[in-house]
Design a protein around this ligand. Structure first.
Ligand code: 5AD
Ligand code: SF4
Length: 483
């Protein structure tokens, strides 16, 4: 750093408030001036492109990241030619990592044409020291790397990059607390995710999440309800409460309330019409929660209940803490007490040691549980997890063949579940509009999708739709009347 820049940087840092989020608002202001100067030089406004990989948690984090960038003055762009490209990465499965490396290489070529381009990498993959090392060595054009615990620091890290002139890496092993009230931008005006907790304590033996997202931390119910209220006041009708295992919500919070009680509190917020949540773990889903879903009109009749495997032996090796029988009994209880509920799931094929018999147990559960949908994954070895060093890793061709068979079974079962709704008229939230076809895509309370001719102005409204034609896992329908 040259001397005048160093003096400037030291002065800016020394004036920064110590408290959060005030400190970040200060750096947003600083960055806004820096960016305005760059824009004036370029004679145009500068653009950003935020790309999100992976799950709903990342999508939620990206709303905060986008909020910060737009407060700094970046304008949206769909193109990776933007002046700032941010990848919020996922590392749950290996192929996600490979894809990211390929795309970073491509960004490097783009940066040759626009040397002032900023390339920012964050998210779960950056929590892995090997990934950061590889980027330091092979992708030297990257500007900022941070992890999952300090996304709130984006503006400060961008400032450090401007004054230091080289790669800034800031990855923490653990969270230091939850920073509330950052700028945030909703992707959809009418639905939004709300984090109710961060991290995971379950250590399923295949899963990298506890290592990259850290231990469980719940947000206070007061903050969650305040966020729901704020969203509702801004037109949001549906909220999705997010956590790796929502069943353990509430530990170490001032209120100490259960997840079911939290659902109830959120449902009291005026303007919120639908509440979804993800994900409950089958090992500790309470009767209290089932009762709340059953009795509360605002809570969607949809439970996403990851099975992972139908073999009790494999479930034990996965460290899941339930058996095939316990899982099926839970599904029965849910279906019995919540009329019309849809149960969906996640399944992993080819976990180490999985035999043909184990696999058949999984297919058996798929048939018996009657899933409305199942997300199926080929087991992916994640270095650092206990499963990665287990013996009897399943050869790719065997796992691939089982995967195909599982897809067929899932397709049959979910089509059968979906068919039961043929001819029904249901409340549908209008979520996406395709102008070319003049088709609206909406979602039922139970998460089923329906496409129907409608006007764009209905986006975000809840309307009545007749489900006319079942197309497997979705419907074609006819709009009845606006509600
Ligand atoms: N390999 C394959 N699938 C995995 N999942 C998590 N870790 C792995 C892994 N190592 C799946 C689980 C989880 C979903 C989000 O991703 O099914 O529920
Ligand atoms: Fe991973 Fe298991 Fe935690 Fe889910 S509950 S994030 S699968 S360790």
């Amino acid at each position: 750093m040259d001397q005048s820049k160093e003096i400037y940087a030291a002065r800016v840092r020394s004036l920064a408030p110590a408290e959060e989020p005030e400190r970040q608002y200060y750096f947003i202001d600083v960055m806004r001036s820096i960016l305005a100067e760059k824009a004036a030089q370029a004679g145009r406004s500068l653009t950003m492109n935020v790309v999100t990989f992976g799950c709903q948690m990342n999508a939620k984090d990206s709303e905060t990241l986008t909020g910060i960038l737009s407060a700094i003055g970046y304008e949206d762009s769909d193109s990776e030619d933007a002046d700032l490209v941010l990848y919020n990465t996922c590392t749950v499965r290996e192929n996600a990592n490979s894809r990211v490396y390929g795309r970073i290489g491509y960004l490097g070529n783009r940066k040759k044409k626009n040397p002032d381009k900023r390339i920012i990498l964050c998210g779960c993959m950056m929590q892995e020291p090997q990934a950061v090392e590889k980027i330091r060595k092979s992708y030297r054009f990257v500007d900022v790397i941070f992890g999952t615990h300090n996304i709130y620091k984006l503006a400060e890290l961008l400032f450090e990059r401007e004054v230091q002139g080289s790669l800034v890496v800031d990855v923490w092993d653990q969270a230091s607390g939850i920073v509330e009230d950052l700028p945030r931008r909703n992707k959809y005006g009418f639905k939004a995710g709300i984090n109710i907790m961060y991290g995971c304590n379950n250590f399923c033996s295949y899963c990298i999440v506890p290592y990259v997202r850290g231990r469980e931390r719940s947000r206070s119910a007061e903050d969650i309800v305040a966020e729901a209220r704020h969203l509702a006041e801004n037109g949001v009708r549906e909220v999705m409460l997010l956590g790796q295992n929502v069943n353990s919500y509430g530990k170490n919070t001032p209120e100490g309330i259960s997840f079911a009680q939290l659902l109830h509190r959120v449902s009291e917020v005026e303007g919120i019409r639908r509440i979804r949540f993800m994900t409950p773990h089958p090992k500790d889903l309470s009767d209290e929660l089932i009762a709340e879903i059953a009795s509360n009109d605002k809570v969607c009749k949809h439970v996403h209940l990851p099975l992972q495997s139908g073999s009790s032996r494999i479930l034990k090796a996965m460290n899941r803490h339930y058996t095939k029988e316990q899982y099926l009994a839970l599904v029965d209880r849910i279906k019995e007490r919540i009329p019309g509920v849809a149960v969906t799931t996640d399944i992993i094929v080819g976990f180490p040691g999985e035999t043909e018999e184990d696999f058949e147990e999984t297919v058996d559960v798929v048939r018996k549980a009657g899933f409305m949908a199942a997300y199926t994954f080929l087991y992916s070895k994640r270095t650092g997890t206990p499963a990665a060093t287990m013996e009897n890793q399943v050869p790719d061709d065997i796992a691939g063949e089982r995967f195909k068979r599982l897809l067929t079974a899932v397709g049959e079962v979910s089509a059968k579940q979906a068919e039961a709704y043929a001819g029904a008229t249901e409340d549908v939230l209008c979520e996406e509009y395709k102008a070319e076809e003049e088709l609206m895509t909406g979602r039922l309370d139970n998460n089923l999708l329906v496409h129907f001719p409608a006007e764009k102005s209905l986006l975000g409204e809840i309307v009545k739709v007749e489900l006319t034609t079942c197309k497997g896992f979705y419907y074609l329908g006819k709009l009845c009347r606006s509600k």
